[in-house]
Design a protein around this ligand. Structure first.
Ligand code: TRP
Ligand code: SF4
Length: 419
């Protein structure tokens, strides 16, 4: 298996991936999430980093944000819909939503013209709106027009050197400077919601596929490298160090009950409260005070023809802009977990775990958990045959595409804040 931001190959072993990358299982935290959505309940979202922070902010109604990005290199499809649904759910749960159109990435990595990235990027924005993103508490933007993102990216790039980029992304001497720089742009996408212009430091969750984790790791690291104070939980409080010299420690001395040492200060009390107050002081002093971003990871959606869903293989995905009839036909041709003959299927049952149609039901088409479980059981027991099952999925897809495309027609992006 190979999982990098630009390539996903082979059968993905999610347990191994979590171990290798140091991702926490989502099952550890789901019980704390108020009203978990279907992707969470069904294990499609399988991992996270620091999601506790988001749950805390949700429950305590403190400010927090959700942000993710889309590279406008091909048409938006059901894989993108999953991320869009996640952003929308988090916005409903009280987060401020930031949606990036990664036009700089598409230009640098895929060679798309700016005209093309604008055209396709706009389709992504209309899509997320049609799926239910609300205008209040949302910021939509194109990387190339967001000055805050570009300025911060430059600032962050001062902390990254070549050997680090090579180690994380496997860059080589032929890699262009633009391609290297867009990694900084993506880190900046993720961190800029915490700039003072956007309300200052706060928890931010980034819902992504596991292939984006290298970006997340680098960004979390950069968040601390560019911030002045660092925090370490200790018994009864927090140990605070300064990365930019002792004089900064002077500014926070005595804020709470504390013990002052040569190189650090131990504060005692509620760690959240202490960290928040110190980050505020850092911002007043002109620093960033970034909270390391949180993330969630969803499983990759399998291409309808098996293998990876890829925008270069139109048969492998259903675009949100496919004619409803065309989408329905693609479902009818999709790879299932069925047996070679109806007779064998009745006898041995199908395999919903290896079925792209069942995946469509799970990720997108069926809201009710009981209904989904029914399909799974009937398939396994051989009571449900693939033809009938696919017809049901294909009807649902057709209906969805019709409805969705009607809503896209009605979208008025002028109601939205677009940078
Ligand atoms: N690189 C991502 C992709 O290829 C898109 C992206 C750009 C993104 N900026 C982001 C994802 C910020 C998450 C957060 O799909
Ligand atoms: Fe997939 Fe449905 Fe066939 Fe089962 S019956 S293998 S769920 S298409």
């Amino acid at each position: 298996m190979k999982v990098t931001p630009w390539e996903v190959e082979g059968v993905v072993d999610y347990d191994r991936l979590m171990k290798e990358f140091g991702i926490q299982p989502f099952s550890d935290i789901i019980d704390r999430v108020p009203n978990p959505n279907k992707l969470m309940r069904r294990g499609v979202i399988f991992g996270h980093r620091d999601y506790d922070r988001i749950v805390d902010a949700m429950i305590e109604k403190k400010p927090w944000a959700v942000m993710s990005g889309f590279m406008p290199s091909g048409m938006p499809h059901f894989g993108h819909k999953m991320t869009m649904d996640e952003i929308i759910w988090h916005q409903k749960m009280g987060g401020k939503a930031f949606v990036a159109i990664a036009d700089m990435e598409a230009h640098a990595v895929r060679g798309l013209s700016w005209g093309k990235t604008k055209e396709i990027g706009t389709l992504y924005l209309k899509s997320i709106v049609a799926l239910g993103l609300e205008p209040e508490n949302a910021i939509l933007y194109f990387q190339s027009s967001n000055r805050y993102v570009k300025d911060l990216a430059f600032e962050l790039s001062a902390e990254v050197n070549w050997s680090e980029l090579r180690a994380i992304y496997g860059f080589n001497p032929e890699t262009t400077l633009a391609r290297m720089f867009v990694t900084s742009i993506q880190a900046s996408d993720i961190l800029h919601p915490q700039l003072k212009e956007f309300g200052g430091p706060k928890p931010v969750v980034v819902p992504v596929g596991a292939d984006q984790d290298p970006h997340i790791r680098l960004t979390r690291d950069l968040a601390s490298r560019v911030s002045v104070f660092s925090f370490e939980r200790i018994d009864g409080g927090v140990r605070v160090r300064s990365r930019k010299g002792r004089e900064y420690l002077e500014k926070i001395k005595g804020l709470f009950e504390c013990k002052v040492y040569e190189e650090h200060i131990d504060f005692f009390g509620d760690p959240e409260e202490i960290e928040k107050a110190i980050r505020e002081i850092e911002v007043e002093l002109g620093g960033f005070g970034f909270v390391p971003p949180s993330s969630t990871y969803h499983r990759f959606i399998t291409g309808l023809t098996g293998g990876k869903m890829s925008s270069s293989k139109p048969e492998s995905y259903i675009s949100l802009f496919d004619e409803p009839e065309v989408g329905a036909k693609k479902v009818m041709r999709a790879l299932t977990g069925g047996r070679v003959s109806a007779e064998e299927q009745r006898r041995f049952g199908g395999n919903p775990e290896k079925c792209t149609v069942f995946e469509l039901f799970t990720y997108h088409l069926i809201e009710d958990d009981r209904e989904l479980e029914e399909i799974r059981m009937e398939c396994k027991e051989g009571k449900l045959l693939c033809g009938q099952c696919k017809r049901r999925a294909s009807e649902l897809v057709k209906e969805f595409l019709r409805e969705f495309q009607k809503r896209v027609e009605e979208v008025d992006l002028k109601e939205y804040t677009i940078i």
